[in-house]
Design a protein around this ligand. Structure first.
Ligand code: ADP
Ligand code: MG
Length: 342
């Protein structure tokens, strides 16, 4: 075969292989877009585990009519414009790939209205590589993206979808993680027309704990120790489970760096060491932790799903996290003794 440039749709479908593994990955990309757009309310509607419908509605800033087509194009983003921006990412997205990828493997409708527009507009794309058709629509300020029949044109991928229940559980789990990253945003999740989760916007500590309970369960909160540490630009906060409680909460392991969900080896290592130092088994740990660091000090452009980060001062961050957990665990053990003797 001679060398040829791939048609846009095929190129997008190949790229989709990286971004869109299953319905939950679509939900992740879309909800992150809503958060980047400044939404304070996000409603998610799922039918049949997401294989039939994924609909996400937000009250963010919306997309201007003349940018709707662009939003669906590959490498089109409003979030970065230079290499400098890439050095200090503040948004969740930046690759400009999600909508192009998702629309290449589904029937996607994008409806949006900005504050300066009188009316909303809708763009429809079906495994698109032609110009997008725009239609007037009814919609308040914000955006709704509807993804129908995911993988309808890539049967090999569709075949890999698991049962409706399994796919929905992945979505539910993902939204827990997101709900814990943004206490200020209200999020609802419906499946087959039934409300499954309602995370209300929360400001006070009590409201936050209520959200923690909706996501992680009552027993996590019962065993939780508060973590709070600050050092220069570094900030650590959240909850960690007592070593005794961790055994039953082992699946609660949520960690965020500048609001981004992470599964990071360095962070895990620091946590495990802190447990060990408290004579607890390092086999079990449970936590919800938030790390804030100067965005210049961290590289998020390491992994396509952005699950991993690279800290410029890895050792410093490691020891800082270790110290934060260690002192929370020690404090917890001390409180325990006191209540024992009281
Ligand atoms: P990225 O998030 O990496 O920029 P996407 O393909 O996810 O790429 O989105 C492309 C662009 O479409 C975004 O940069 C943003 O300008 C716009 N966009 C997508 N979703 C929304 C939304 N819910 N509200 C407002 N703008 C959006
Ligand atoms: Mg995005």
């Amino acid at each position: 075969m001679p060398i040829q440039i791939l048609p846009a749709r095929l190129a997008n479908q190949i790229a989709a292989g990286e971004v869109v593994e299953r319905p939950a990955s679509v939900v992740k990309e879309l909800v992150e877009n809503s958060l980047d757009a400044g939404a304070t309310r996000i409603d998610i509607d799922i039918d049949r585990g997401g294989s039939r419908t994924i609909r996400i509605r937000d009250n963010g800033k919306g997309i201007a009519k003349d940018e709707l087509g662009l939003a669906l194009s590959r490498h089109a983003t409003s979030k970065i414009s230079s290499l400098d921006d890439l050095e200090a990412i503040v948004s969740l997205g930046f690759r400009g790939e999600a909508l192009a990828s998702i629309s290449s493997v589904s029937r996607l409708t994008l409806t949006s209205r900005t504050a300066t527009q009188e009316e909303a507009w809708s763009a429809y794309a079906e495994g698109r590589d032609m110009d997008v058709q725009l239609k007037p629509a009814a919609h308040p300020i914000g955006t709704t993206i509807e993804v129908l029949d995911l993988f309808f044109n890539t049967p090999a991928r569709r075949k890999f979808l698991r049962t409706e229940k399994t796919e929905f559980n992945h979505i539910d789990e993902l939204l827990k993680r997101i709900a814990l990253s943004r206490f200020d945003v209200s999020i609802t999740l419906r499946h087959n027309g039934k409300t499954i989760r309602q995370y209300r916007a929360s400001q006070t500590q009590i409201q936050k704990e209520r959200r923690l309970v909706s996501a992680c369960g009552q027993s996590f909160l019962q065993h939780a120790l508060a973590v709070e540490l600050e050092h220069g630009d570094l900030k650590l906060s959240g909850w960690i489970c007592t070593p005794q409680g961790s055994r039953s909460q082992n699946d609660v392991q949520y960690c965020y760096v500048n609001g981004r969900m992470m599964k990071d080896k360095l962070i895990n290592h620091a946590i495990r060491q802190a447990y060990e130092a408290n004579l607890a088994s390092d086999q079990y740990s449970a936590y919800v932790l938030f790390i804030e660091v100067d965005p210049h000090q961290v590289d998020v452009n390491v992994h396509p799903a952005k699950h991993e980060v690279r800290f410029h001062q890895a050792r410093l961050v490691h020891d800082f996290i270790y110290q934060g957990i260690q002192s929370a665990l020690q404090q917890g053990a001390m409180d325990d003794q006191q209540s024992y003797h009281a």
